[in-house]
Design a protein around this ligand. Sequence first.
Ligand SMILES: CC(C)=CCC/C(C)=C/CC/C(C)=C/CC/C(C)=C/[C@@H]1[C@@H](COP(=O)(O)OP(=O)(O)O)[C@]1(C)CC/C=C(\C)CC/C=C(\C)CCC=C(C)C
Length: 430
Amino acid sequence: MAFLLLKVVVPGDISAGFGFSEAIRQEYRLHRKSFSSRKEGKLLRRRRKWNLQSLYADSKYACVGFEPERSMKVPLAASLATSAAGEVAVSSEQKVYDVVLKQAALVKKQLKSSTALEVKPDVPVPGSLSLLKEAYDRCGEVCAEYAKTFYLGTLLMTPERRRAIWAIYVWCRRTDELVDGPNASQITPTALDRWESRLDDVFAGYPYDMLDAALSDTVSKFPVDIQPFRDMIEGMRMDLKKSRYKNFDELYLYCYYVAGTVGLMSVPVMGIAPESKATTESVYSAALALGIGNQLTNILRDVGEDARRGRIYLPQDELAQFGLSDEDIFKGQVTDRWRSFMKNQIKRARMFFEEAENGVTELSQASRWPVWASLLLYRQILDEIEANDYDNFTKRAYVSKAKKLLALPVAYGRSFLIPASLRLSSMKTE
Ligand SMILES: CC(C)=CCC/C(C)=C/CC/C(C)=C/CC/C(C)=C/[C@@H]1[C@@H](COP(=O)(O)OP(=O)(O)O)[C@]1(C)CC/C=C(\C)CC/C=C(\C)CCC=C(C)C
């Protein structure tokens, strides 16, 4: 299958610093509060910006509880830092947050321009409807083959949303296969450029094959923007040329590219609950957080496997803070230093999941189950790493079938929770 996908794609060629400072806590609370009402959204956004400006002076990754490097403790304007060479550097979080704002604005614009998030009807061209159905069915099959639990979860969604999510899933999977599949060694930056121009064609309504046709149809019906798709390809480019991450800022950007983007692609399809009072950008931020949490977990689970491929995704400066080096990772011994380092990494990943939780309740009810399932199951991998006494060098943490089965009804139950924005606003008026 992977080979088939590849053939289609490239035809022809082939703290110590983890203290949770008061300033960070405030920003974190403020961010959570932004679920309280759309009306408050504008003000909170302005305050969030302001907070980011002030917080960036002494902290980055406000929601992450990560203490800044000392060199960042200088007044910065809107998270802009001036490098020694005089260039203005924008933090990864700010860059990514700008994408979140842009995505949220796009959806709001579409909402205003009449049709709301209603699915546009199929235009009946003789013969094309059955072809399209076949294309979507094929996407469903791929999804069921690669991600059974997730596939099951999508069955509760409305048929239009379900098939659109399958189409997005398949595009993501194919993109990932380019750099992670069996033929990854043959992938060049040029092949990725070609994949990106093919993506342009998909968005312009000129699909290359059946699976693309499903995505073409999806993006014509839902307010899905091309940017997160482009960014995912950028993440794959990054993976081709980079095997070390200096600090969390670099890792955060990578995680956004390869996983945060999935959240941004999915929300316009999943839809926000009509009764939700959350701001659109807060829901997007939560979606981003879930993607980042998933990817961080993925990285923590696969430390040994990645090291055997010569890759270390863990932030180098944080490893050094715990007296660890690349050599220690390659040796793969579970020492007390490693345990302490891992405890902090796990804590950070959990904070992203926690940030995502309120957002899930804001999604349209029928879309929540697969998202809860994904959150609960992926987060449990962190518990399994702990249960393995942090040996992620020789053991692959996994969630047993029994635990998976147990998580599904829990996820189902949670999908009936009322949106956090309603809970919080009713708490305020009581
Ligand atoms: C309901 C749901 C989970 C929807 C997302 C569906 C979708 C389009 C998934 C695409 C996933 C994919 C193939 C991404 C390619 C890049 C990649 C491989 C990312 C890693 C995923 C897991 O990979 P893999 O299958 O290889 O893992 P295993 O080794 O088998 O464990 C990632 C770790 C990231 C995936 C990111 C998400 C699933 C983000 C989900 C976020 C949302 C759906 C937003 C929800 C909304 C709110 C408001 C919280």
